[in-house]
Write a protein that binds this ligand. Structure first.
Ligand SMILES: NC(=O)c1ccc[n+]([C@@H]2O[C@H](COP(=O)([O-])OP(=O)(O)OC[C@H]3O[C@@H](n4cnc5c(N)ncnc54)[C@H](OP(=O)(O)O)[C@@H]3O)[C@@H](O)[C@H]2O)c1
Length: 343
């Protein structure tokens, strides 16, 4: 099978198309014939040598795919050969064939193509895991999403708006990206290089926000804590601007603030399976009726993977970049499945 390998840490030029031995699914796994594969920020970090795969995971990049079940492992009763699915995978998505735990497979929401299906898992799992499970975002709360025009950001804005009726503030680096944040449901969007905290204080009559979702960390950490209301939660999903920060503990204690964070990739299949079931039950119906949307910045041919990574390196994307592995099928909308029961 053809796969994309990271030859050594570096720029997009280290991505190489190579041939590898096909693998068989183990117990509880399926082998997916990949039609489209999502490109996510963690793939770029892995290519740069900054985010090594956890023990036991594939060294091939790619954390989400859409395709057709090719082979079913022992004990998998819910999926059959030929079923169209999208899946969160533990690596290995940049390939013609990819293994996935069956519990991490989901139906492609009705009316979406394989390209759109591949754009969903990583960003919606991450947004749900961090906003709903970790931050416990409650009905009607106020939220700040830093980097709102990212894949995770746009998923998060929509989940917060439609499933928690939250007031969402966002930041983004360009006027066009701030406009996109507003179009998916943010109340206001600001330049993250400016006085976003003062602007949000103004707009909330000095109250601030209940939750901040941030992937940068570093020097702005205290500004984010200062913006939280009492009992507020600051959730980190990465630390691109610095792994350490000095914070005022007295202020944190006085206002009962929580600082937390997570990475999805090392979590066990059982955990990801529970996330999958919640997404299918609560988010997929809103995608199917058009209230929640996925935004494809560009679908890029598998063999042009370096171009796909260059887009993310320059932060040119709004929403998702997707690799087209099978161009004959990628834009096809698969037949809706009878309710797919996940194990
Ligand atoms: N913890 C997890 O499990 C997990 C999983 C997946 C992703 N992530 C993280 O989630 C974030 C989004 O991932 P993605 O794949 O959706 O990313 P993406 O589409 O590649 O977007 C990255 C975003 O970061 C924004 N950004 C850059 N500098 C910023 C700053 N100083 N302040 C605020 N935003 C800034 C960019 O905004 P502009 O383009 O407007 O500059 C861009 O929208 C990344 O930090 C990624 O590492 C975490």
């Amino acid at each position: 099978m053809i796969v994309i390998e990271i030859e050594k840490p570096g720029g997009p030029e280290v991505l190489k198309v190579v041939d590898r031995q096909r693998r068989r699914p183990g117990p509880g796994e399926v082998l997916i014939r990949v039609i489209a594969s999502g490109v996510n920020r963690p793939d770029v970090q892995q290519r740069r040598g900054l985010y090594p795969p956890p023990p036991g995971a594939s060294d091939i990049p790619g954390l989400d795919v859409a395709g057709i079940v090719e082979e079913v492992g022992e004990g998998v009763e819910t999926l059959q050969v030929g079923t169209p699915i999208c899946a969160l995978v533990n690596g290995g998505g940049y390939a013609e064939l990819c293994l996935a735990p069956a519990v991490q497979c989901m139906p492609i929401p009705r009316g979406l193509s394989f390209i759109e299906g591949a754009s969903l898992p990583e960003v919606f799992f991450t947004a749900w895991n961090n906003l709903i499970w970790l931050a416990r975002l409650a009905e009607g709360e106020t939220l700040l999403i830093q980097g709102g025009a990212s894949g995770v950001g746009m998923a998060g804005i929509q989940i917060a708006r439609h499933l928690r009726r939250a007031t969402v503030f966002a930041t983004a680096g360009t006027p066009q990206k701030r406009e996109i944040c507003l179009s998916v449901g943010a109340t206001a969007a600001f330049d993250y290089r400016g006085a976003w905290d003062d602007e949000i204080r103004d707009q909330t009559h000095g109250l601030g926000v209940d939750v901040v979702l941030d992937g940068q960390a570093g020097p702005r950490t205290q500004r984010q804590l200062d913006l939280l209301k009492p009992d507020g939660r600051l959730v980190f999903i990465a630390s691109h601007d610095g792994e350490t920060a000095e914070v005022n503990i007295r202020s944190l204690v006085r206002r009962r603030l929580t600082i937390t964070g997570s990475t999805l990739r090392p979590r066990p299949a059982e955990y990801k399976g529970r996330l999958a079931r919640e997404l299918v039950a609560q988010v997929w119906p809103l995608i199917e009726d058009g209230r929640i949307k996925t935004y494809i910045h560009q679908a890029v041919d598998f063999h042009q993977v370096r171009d796909a990574h260059a887009i993310l390196d320059d932060n040119r994307q709004i929403g998702k970049v997707v690799l087209v592995v099978d161009p004959t099928m990628a834009a096809t909308v698969p037949e809706p499945l009878p309710a797919l029961q996940l194990t």
